[in-house]
Unconditional design. Structure first.
Length: 368
């Protein structure tokens, strides 16, 4: 049986790997790490070297099968940090107490842990530049997610988060693609981030049964923020893009009766950037369970309609600061007030990740 834990540690800079010490203090080894998920203080754009630095520092320490997911941008009150997802084998739950209490307590507490957190991670194959943002990426992500669900024995409705880090197109990759006779989905490197996030999210939606192949094809063809295509989305997808990789790193979180973890999760979708009702509902769920919030994974975007509840916003027309940075700051502030801390994973650009202008939210919490 595998027990999943999450160790969250604030960082002083993108190259800070002192979380290794916190991991050891918690009784874990680097070999136990399934994924390192972090927020770095770069701009979150194509030239965000903070993601590359963080990934390069961590990947030299980790087993080859461990994935890294670094999202740039800690605008507003958000704090740079890393989340270490660890999985360790434990004794049979019928004979061992998941809380580490004496055996006499085990049967009284057994049903409190009957839906513990489970996690698994994997990588897709390397994507050629002409495949980024296209059907090949959708298929690669879909098959990888389906494989992870099968590995964990999870049904789609037991899945709370599918986190993906996917590649983008740099100028060099665009040139190399054309030199080989291919044509990229776009030559605009920033647009390639949105195209890549969209393709990954549609792959997740297909794996979870949230859309049909025909709907995914139509959404991909119409563009990530266009018309009817924007109405196709996953309620549990979180995808971000970076130049630091050429494959997709995929992490699945769910809850299962096969696990005896103190960690649990609940998810929802924000209808817009100020959807306090949905968020308070999630945090109320945690309180009713007697839990403590460990981490929040959220997507945020500037509503492509240019309004929030009918009132104009200027995020899409600010030439000084990109809209994704505004969105992270706004949603990050709202979530930090509710969570009581600022080291939260809030990622900008929510194409097909919740409704347009909204975003997916997953709260991981620990019960006593």
């Amino acid at each position: 049986m595998t027990t999943v834990d999450l160790v969250r540690v604030e960082t002083s800079d993108p190259g800070d790997v002192r979380a290794v010490d916190a991991l050891a203090a918690a009784g874990y080894r680097l070999a136990d790490v399934l994924a390192v998920v972090g927020k770095t203080e770069g701009n979150g754009c194509v030239n965000d070297f903070s993601r590359t630095l963080a990934a390069a520092r961590w990947e030299t320490l980790l087993p080859p099968e461990t994935v890294t997911v670094f999202s740039g941008g800690t605008e507003g009150v958000l704090s740079p940090h890393v989340n270490l997802l660890v999985g360790t084998d434990t004794a049979d739950p019928d004979t061992a107490d998941p809380g580490g209490d004496p055996g006499g307590e085990q049967h009284e507490q057994h049903d409190r842990y009957d839906r513990g957190l489970v996690a698994a991670a994997a990588r897709t194959r390397i994507l050629a530049p002409e495949e980024v943002g296209r059907a090949a990426q959708v298929t690669a992500v879909r098959h990888t997610v389906e494989g992870l669900l099968a590995r964990l024995g999870l049904a789609p409705d037991e899945t709370h988060l599918v986190l993906v880090k996917c590649p983008l197109l740099t100028s060099e990759r665009v040139a190399a693609c054309r030199a080989e006779g291919g044509e990229p989905v776009t030559e605009d490197t920033y647009e390639s981030m949105a195209r890549s996030r969209a393709a990954a999210s549609l792959g997740i939606a297909l794996a979870l049964g949230e859309c049909t192949p025909e709907q995914a094809d139509a959404a991909l063809a119409s563009g990530p923020a266009s018309g009817a295509g924007a109405r196709v989305w996953s309620s549990r997808a979180s995808a971000s893009a970076g130049a630091e990789l050429t494959d997709c790193h995929v992490l699945v979180l769910g809850t299962s009766t096969a696990a005896r973890s103190r960690l649990r999760a609940v998810h929802g979708t924000m209808a817009d950037a100020i959807d306090l009702t949905t968020l308070t509902g999630l945090f109320d769920h945690v309180r009713r369970a007697g839990g403590e919030v460990v981490q929040v994974f959220a997507k945020a975007e500037a509503d492509p309609a240019g309004t929030v509840r009918g009132v104009r916003h200027t995020m899409l027309t600010d030439s000084d600061l990109h809209a994704t940075r505004h969105a992270r700051a706004a949603v990050g502030g709202l979530l930090s007030a509710l969570a009581g801390h600022t080291a939260l994973y809030v990622s900008g650009g929510a194409e097909h990740q919740g409704p347009p202008g909204g975003g997916t939210v997953t709260v991981v919490y620990r019960v006593p």
